[in-house]
Design a protein around this ligand. Structure first.
Ligand code: SF4
Length: 208
């Protein structure tokens, strides 16, 4: 896609969603890390309800590790995939205690070394908690950027690579939120509301 079209799309998204920001509630990088792990295949609203309870007593790696796998599973049960998620949260917490003195590391490469932390989680924590430049590719970002033609990929890795190439680095984190908002509000997975979409002029899917 030509740069001019990319700029027009980003400009329109910025106009549509000036308030674009993460919907997950967190107060520290560690809370964000746990919330992002819980958010896989789960709504942010549900995660916020679960973490409101969980973080009352367990919002640091040290206090999280006071819980057994089974105890943590009870807290996070309603988020789905609770066994894996509990195991990931506990392994990441152990790693943070043992290798990073109890603090979530700030560097992207270090975040990715934490057990249970993949590329998407590392990107969100790196950009949202530490102000780094990264585009985390979730289901909305994947769908909307492929439809618009900002990316052409059938894996999150390829889509992230395409977006990194198409979008100026300083806008990566913003673009991540814009694409999520557009996916939630207009470019729905089953029935995209193309008729009312102000991006249709530049959208590959619409203009096919
Ligand atoms: S025109 Fe349709 S497919 Fe394209 S971004 Fe808008 S809603 Fe999505």
């Amino acid at each position: 896609m030509e740069q001019q079209k990319v700029n027009l799309i980003l400009g329109e998204l910025a106009k549509l969603y000036p308030e674009a920001a993460p919907a997950l509630k967190y107060r520290t990088p560690y809370e964000l890390l746990v919330a992002v792990i819980l958010s896989a295949q789960c709504t942010d609203e549900r995660v916020n309800k679960v973490t409101a309870e969980l973080f009352k007593k367990h919002n640091t790696p040290r206090t999280m590790l006071e819980l057994t796998q089974e105890e943590l599973e009870k807290y996070i049960f309603s988020c789905g995939f609770y066994r894996n998620k509990a195991a990931h949260i506990l392994s990441a917490s152990r790693d943070i205690m043992e290798r990073y003195g109890g603090e979530v590391p700030k560097e992207h490469a270090e975040l990715k070394t934490l057990a249970g932390v993949g590329q998407k989680t590392a990107n969100v924590v790196y950009s949202v908690a530490f102000g780094g430049d990264a585009i985390a590719v979730d289901t909305h970002v994947f769908r909307v950027s492929n439809r618009l033609g900002l990316a052409h990929g059938n894996t999150p890795e390829k889509v992230e690579k395409d977006l990194n190439a198409a979008i100026p680095k300083e806008l990566w984190s913003k673009a991540h939120h814009y694409l999520i908002y557009h996916g939630r509000r207009v470019c729905h997975s089953q029935k995209p509301d193309c008729k009312n979409c102000t991006l249709k002029e530049w959208c590959e899917y619409y203009n096919k």
